[in-house]
Design a protein around this ligand. Structure first.
Ligand SMILES: [Zn+2]
Length: 279
């Protein structure tokens, strides 16, 4: 499990496993002759995507950003994506029980980002996986999730959040809020209209869970967006906005779907090309 210290905070990556995604869909309009230099596809053109959650120990709270794909997928979705469901076992191997999590933050509500928010009990009832945690998610995402477009309706599974909102365990965010000192959210539209990145700051150092705006190190170029993005031109604008701060201020970028490099510093090389430099 990769870990590092950021000021007073301890950051660790916990994976829910990897899953197959169509390489063409993953890289949008980028031709395969280009993306296949960075990632390998199998004979069906699938590439491996990671499911990286970020655990932050502030000294006072234990905060989990994203909860992977979970274990409640339908048979049909399991056919496409498998269902690795490794997050709880990986947390447990590091001595972290569900009761230890104080705060859960979802950047958006696609099924591969909030799947372990809840579990289905033997009685068939849905219950929070992290019983003591306060959950947070973008309000605009939740509103959208109630009436998604035909294009992305498959990505929203009500069991992952609706009950938490109803019971009051999940707080909906406008964007810009501080969750606890040093941890705040900021809206970066593009992948969806309301996706929020999680910004972590301690003692002058900053890390950012940029989520599906820059899902892997292979997506750091401005024009390398996923075809899943609902607003591709907005993705480019949001990336520009992000790099304008993240590059000069040397933010550590956390990559939600990179199966090999969960975090890195994005830099501009001498030719003006974006490159990932290891953390
Ligand atoms: Zn997404």
């Amino acid at each position: 499990m990769p870990s590092l210290t950021l000021g007073d905070f301890e950051l660790s990556i916990f994976s829910d496993g990897t899953y197959p995604l169509d390489g063409g869909a993953f890289f949008g309009v980028v031709p395969k002759v280009m993306w296949s230099r960075k990632v390998t596809a199998d004979e069906r053109n699938y590439v491996q995507a990671g499911l990286n959650s970020l655990l932050i120990r502030t000294g006072k709270q234990t905060v989990l950003v994203e909860t992977g794909m979970g274990n409640k997928l339908s048979e049909r979705m399991i056919k496409f994506y498998g269902q690795p469901a490794k997050l709880l076992a990986n947390l447990s191997a590091a001595g972290i029980a569900p009761e230890d999590i104080d705060i859960v933050i979802n950047t958006h509500l696609h099924f591969d980002h909030c799947g372990w928010n809840t579990v289905r009990g033997k009685d068939g009832k849905i219950a929070p996986t992290f019983p003591r945690a306060k959950y947070y998610a973008p309000e605009g995402e939740w509103q959208y999730a109630r009436r998604p477009s035909e294009r992305d309706a498959i990505s929203y599974i009500s069991e992952n959040y609706d009950q938490l909102v109803e019971s009051g365990q999940m707080t909906l965010l406008k964007g810009g809020e501080q969750i606890v000192p040093g941890i705040s959210v900021k809206t970066f539209p593009g992948h969806t209209a309301h996706m929020q990145a999680v910004i972590v700051e301690s003692r002058g150092r900053t890390a950012c869970y940029i989520s599906d705006l820059i899902p892997t190190t292979a997506h750091i170029d401005l024009t390398w967006g996923m075809s899943f993005d609902l607003y591709p031109l907005q993705t480019i604008e949001s990336k520009k906005q992000y790099y304008a701060k993240a590059i000069p201020e040397k933010w550590l970028t956390v990559f939600t779907h990179d199966p090999k490099v969960p975090w890195a510093f994005v830099e501009k090389d001498d030719a003006g090309k974006m490159v990932a430099s290891s953390a």
